[in-house]
Design a protein around this ligand. Sequence first.
Ligand code: ADP
Length: 394
Amino acid sequence: MNILVLNSGSSSIKYQLLEMPSTTLLAAGQVERIGEVESRLTHRRRNAEDKMEVHVHMAHIRNHRAGLVAITELLDDTMQLTAIGHRVVHAGEAFSAPIRIDAQVIEILRGVSELAPLHNPANLAGIEVCLELFQDIQQVAVFDTAFHQGMPAHAYRYALPNSLYSKHGVRRYGFHGTSHSYVARQAALHLQKPLETLNLISLHLGNGASAAAIHGGRCIDTSMGMTPMEGLMMGTRCGDIDPAVAFYLQRVTGQSSADIESLYNHNSGLKGICGENDMREVLRMADADDNAAQLAIDIYCYRIKKYIGAYLAALGRIDGIIFTAGIGENAPRVRQLSCHGLEALGIVIDETRNVRAQGDVCEIQSSNANIKLLVVRTNEELEIARQTVECIEC
Ligand code: ADP
């Protein structure tokens, strides 16, 4: 069966067409700059020689509907769809698993949009157009927050008055759930142990970054909170911060809460410390003796180390730590610095293995270490396709 995975953002639509259960990628691409004078559609499709051909189309794509029509025109008849899996960022407390989309589901998601004002409306725009264009095809919503819905109250509640939780949903939700869930399963397959028997710490280190404490395949804590701003330091987001910094800045600089929200989201993290949010560039600058870049790396890795310690305490014991996403998969120095000094806890990295790590799953701990250190390539689209299949089959 062919599953179309869609990720509709505010000005872009990313897609993959996967044959399941073989997981063969049949086509993939993205529409960028929707609504601008010149939009760009990059489409890759598997050809008769089993190679991926790339086509780039420039056109004015005025909205999500036009973008999705353009995508469907490129998916030829041999690529008949069985179902569509939509990535949806925030489900609030409404859904802890993927769900078939109907009018009621859309209404519920609209109700939680205030929790993710930048993401959910764009996700919903994609869903509504697809319901109209593909009336006979089953459509499933797969949520970034779902994996974390099993967290216990002591992990997801803030120490704020109860009414803020009950009336306004102020609590920790967590994100990157499809990635954490995918890499945990990959790790279990690699270790040839049932996921239910493993305690894992998963570190998703991309532009956004989050850690998850996974007990027997279930998330018991995660670093992102009510929004994706909490937790680890990120490319442009500050991560954990004293809430009083915002009040102080308002008082002494006269900035509005919107200004400070934008500062925390777009001009903090690696970028705030050294002016660059791309880790490749930050590492290059540090190599050239740029002190600010070195400080950015030091803060970044120190905070990962603190979360490893915290989640080791939360889980009691761990079998493995997973590094994933752009930085986790590709930056040996970040992995090394994040584990440095944790040898007494059984976390010992092997430098040669660390530098040489490649492939879908790779072990990088030293031979005498009892905690596995795994570099696992994430694949959120594949996880969405897999969860979509499970949902339509049950
Ligand atoms: P997103 O959250 O947008 O999916 P990715 O998972 O693609 O992000 O991760 C993007 C981050 O990965 C960027 O900071 C980028 O610099 C970093 N990255 C990618 N390749 C490398 C590399 N070879 N070395 C260090 N960092 C890398």
